[in-house]
Design a protein around this ligand. Structure first.
Ligand code: GRG
Length: 308
């Protein structure tokens, strides 16, 4: 196994051990269906991209993988899982397949899926409050997660998505789509990256943490969030249900506004390449400011070329 794969497996192992702990007795009583529904989605084989980013960014800045960092990262994965359960609901994206398995509401019913999502969101904030009790200096990191997951981030983007702007509408512009996706998919990716950054800043208290470094991480987060979504739009067209583990071709069937439906596949790929170049320019600048970019560079590359 390469050093990169080993490190990623270590992140995934740590995050899964923590979310299993947080969703087992005595933390979460197993005599309620909602607990089963929560565990079904949380432990159904996600890539754990967001928590891995939080841990990797913090490490790239010189921190060790402490339990507090794993807690922070777990809360973000719980928020991500809630967002997928709710996104799959008939009243939202109406999908019956996720990670190659029936979606939460298909198994547990719509009402229970809503509760599982709500339950996960509340559990995430319980984890964050517990963290702030031990480490009050992390309160702003937790606030940032709430903001990026909320109306000023992911929920705001989902709301724009739900207003059902179709490809043929006048409002269906490139700028509108960028704004929507920076919030919807980008919000939580930004929260994950910046949590790692601010966690490290709080732990290390070093003069390495300048406003220039902060701005570079903000730019990296914005562009990576966008690149992640663009890849998703491309995969919806070029991949298969077996590889992706979810329905494909759905965007086109729903006449949905996506990068591919707006620009066409070739121009979308050109835009993706441009974004990739910009992301690697940022990573080079981070390197020149003494950030250890080896793992995050490799991770970025894998994300940008992912096929599921
Ligand atoms: C319901 C408030 C609310 C928000 C939902 C992010 C989101 C907002 C919906 C997901 C729509 C979607 C499929 C977007 C494409 C990019 C994306 C977020 C993919 C899923 O994330 P992965 O690939 O999933 O990290 P895994 O399964 O690996 O956890």
């Amino acid at each position: 196994m390469s050093k990169f794969m080993e490190k990623n497996a270590d992140f995934v192992h740590k995050i899964e051990a923590e979310i299993i702990r947080l969703t087992s007795e005595p933390q979460l009583s197993s005599d309620q269906v909602v607990a089963e529904a929560i565990r079904y989605s949380l432990l159904s084989g996600g890539k754990r991209v967001r928590p891995a980013l939080t841990m990797a960014i913090a490490e790239s800045l010189g921190t060790v993988l402490a339990p507090e960092l794993v807690s922070l990262a777990s809360a973000i994965e719980m928020i991500h899982t809630y967002s997928l359960i709710h996104d799959d609901l008939p009243s939202m994206d109406n999908d019956d397949l996720r990670r190659g398995k029936p979606t939460n509401h298909v198994i547990y019913g719509e009402g229970m899926a809503i509760l599982a999502g709500d339950g996960l969101l509340n559990m995430a904030y319980e984890v964050l409050f517990d963290l702030c009790t031990k480490r009050p200096d992390l309160i702003n990191v937790c606030r940032l997660i709430a903001k990026e997951a909320g109306v000023h981030g992911m929920i705001g983007g989902q709301s724009m998505d739900l207003t059902e702007i179709k490809l043929s509408d006048q409002d269906a512009t490139f700028d509108y789509l960028i704004k929507l996706q920076k919030l919807k998919t980008g919000g939580l990716i930004k929260a994950a990256i910046l949590s790692g950054y601010y966690y490290a800043k709080s732990m290390l208290n070093s003069d390495m943490f300048t406003s220039e470094l902060e701005q570079l991480f903000i730019d990296y987060a914005d562009k990576l969030g966008l690149a992640f979504q663009i890849r998703d739009d491309i995969l919806d067209v070029i991949s298969t249900e077996d590889v992706l583990g979810k329905s494909i071709g759905k965007d086109a069937r729903d006449d949905k506004l996506t990068f591919v439906s707006l620009l066409g596949i070739e121009k979308t790929k050109l835009f993706e390449t441009k974004l990739h170049d910009e992301i690697f320019e940022i990573l080079d600048k981070l390197k020149s400011l003494s950030v250890k970019i080896d793992f995050i560079s490799h991770f970025t590359l894998v994300l940008m070329h992912r096929d599921y």
